[in-house]
Design a protein around this ligand. Sequence first.
Ligand code: NAP
Length: 303
Amino acid sequence: MKIGFIGAGKVGTTLGKCICDYYDKHKSSDGEKISVSGYYSRSIESTSESVHFTKTKIFDNLKTIVCASDILFITTEDSEIPRVWSCIAELEISNKIICHFSGSLSSDVFSKNDIKTGSFISTCSFHPVFAFSDKFSIYKQFNNVTFAAEGDKNACKTVGSIFSAMGHNIISISTENKVRYHAACVFASNFLVSLLHTSEEMLESCGFGQSEALDLIKGLALKNANTYFKSGAAHSLTGPLERADVQTIKKHLDVLSKTEYDEYMALSKGLLGIAREKNPERDYNSVEAILYEDIIILEKGKV
Ligand SMILES: NC(=O)c1ccc[n+]([C@@H]2O[C@H](COP(=O)([O-])OP(=O)(O)OC[C@H]3O[C@@H](n4cnc5c(N)ncnc54)[C@H](OP(=O)(O)O)[C@@H]3O)[C@@H](O)[C@H]2O)c1
């Protein structure tokens, strides 16, 4: 079974390299030979680099790579996937499997209404939960990665077995929940960066040097993350909100910039639910009054 890559960037090159390395020495679970047919990309420079790196073949147009491949991995930027699809949908693609790796798009982007009548294709999306920071070295760390998969059963089974044989973990996500799933990943990765950065900057504004600030937040963040993964949200929750300590919360709000204030309020609303679940006997009404003050004032204004 031959896999053709459309898009010779970080993801396409890393996946291609890992697939070549593994399937040079192994067969698929059902004994089939898996190989990479080659790359087609927007620029010849990117295509040549990836082809040289993976020792595969250059394709200089979509028609030839589609013809030479049983499976097409579309590894362009998200915004280009619909454009690439509209071009390949016009070609002879019957019986091919088509897959992209975007977190936020689903396989619905490959609309079956666009293909020639009578053609049968199977489509899916496989989102690798991994940060591909570069094109030529990150493949060394691409081990035991989780892919969130959705789409047609046949495509998911075939693509899933290619990656699971390589030691990766495949989880299913419904097409309807794909965007929500991706937003959840943003909370756990990107927003965590924002929170740590806010804390670092605030500590520096208190006079700590950068390494002192980083040591301090590293201790707090890692301990909390470990407790969270070991014992869950309720167990890891501590602090003024959990204690319903309104005076301290008010003092915090007084010393925050506008952006810090907004973040503090939004995140505290999330914590309030956890705190109530953890301590059902504790009265959190006065905390709630502070957090939803704006809404209460607005509502009073309306009356
Ligand atoms: N980066 C990550 O950490 C990460 C993680 C999970 C999932 N993903 C997903 O993986 C996909 C690829 O991301 P990436 O980070 O690899 O992007 P990237 O490094 O920017 O690579 C995209 C590649 O697509 C090529 N391309 C763009 N438009 C094209 C077109 N119309 N026809 C053919 N080739 C085209 C570009 O070509 P040229 O170089 O030739 O101009 C570039 O090499 C995206 O769907 C992304 O959401 C990325």
